[in-house]
Design a protein around this ligand. Structure first.
Ligand code: COA
Length: 228
């Protein structure tokens, strides 16, 4: 029997997040979110056009809100089982269309080019940062890269963006080069960061550990992530 999971943290209400592939109805929210996260970006992404392009994936992280929109979690007999079965056991309680309320909180755009996946864009709403959404997006991007037979994942990041660099380092990215004056708005240099071969067993093991840690850490603090 399914039951609403209690909030392990006790006092803070549980929060629910979903990671899924972009849908046509997301365009306006994503455009607004990108403008808030990258106000100086030019040109801004045309998400309506991007979604139609081949050889790429756009993943969206959403926050669920409203009393009718809590996912129902199969109550597992132990924490270990909960970690193993993880977020995939979740199902939406508000199945009726029109009841679900999802607000875009983050996105990642991944291009697949010649056996390489490139994270072209990633961002999380300022109000939702440091809650594991960035990690979830990176995990999703790497899984998409694997599904598209890529060997590695690469990206550019501002030299001054230490927070994003820390996120990428956690997932095994290393600096392999730089692009001088890459950012046109202020001429800042970009670091090029790349994963090791994501098909190697060592990397798969790192990813499995990080993924399990993510489920455990955020589940225990009262946040729940569903991946579709
Ligand atoms: C970078 C960004 C996507 C991270 O998203 P987030 O949801 O806050 O990230 P998470 O909560 O999943 O953090 C995961 C890890 O990232 C690192 N990290 C994230 N923000 C950090 C910060 N401000 N300072 C230091 N480390 C940070 C940490 O290693 C963290 O792991 P920890 O919690 O074990 O310390 C978000 O800060 C953002 O959207 N920034 C503006 C846009 C941007 O810079 N995009 C990247 C362009 S290359």
């Amino acid at each position: 029997m399914a039951a609403i999971e209690e909030n392990p943290a006790g006092s803070t209400p549980p929060r629910f997040f979903v990671l899924r592939t972009v849908e046509p109805g997301d365009h306006d929210q994503l455009s607004a979110l990108e403008r808030a996260v990258f106000p100086n970006l030019w040109p801004h992404t045309n998400f309506a056009r991007e979604i139609k392009k081949p050889r790429q994936t756009i993943l969206v992280a959403t926050v669920l809100s409203g009393p009718d929109n809590r996912p129902v979690v199969e109550r597992s007999p132990s924490l270990v089982n909960r970690v193993v079965s993880g977020i995939r056991t979740m199902a939406m309680s508000g199945d009726h269309e029109g009841q679900r309320r999802e607000r875009a909180a983050g996105w990642v755009v991944v291009w697949f080019v010649g056996g390489e996946a490139h994270i072209a864009s990633i961002g999380v709403a300022e109000s939702e940062r440091r809650r594991g959404i960035g990690e979830l997006l990176v995990l999703g991007a790497i899984e998409a890269a694997t599904a598209n037979q890529c060997d590695e994942v690469t990206l550019e990041v501002r030299e001054s963006n230490k927070g994003a660099q820390a996120l990428y380092r956690k997932y095994g990215f290393r600096v392999v080069g730089e692009r001088k004056g890459y950012y046109v708005d202020d001429n800042e240099d970009a670091l090029i960061m790349t994963t090791p071969d994501i098909r190697e067993p060592e990397y798969a093991a790192l990813l499995a550990d990080l993924s399990a840690d993510h489920v455990r850490r955020w589940g225990d603090s009262g946040s729940h992530f569903e991946r579709r």
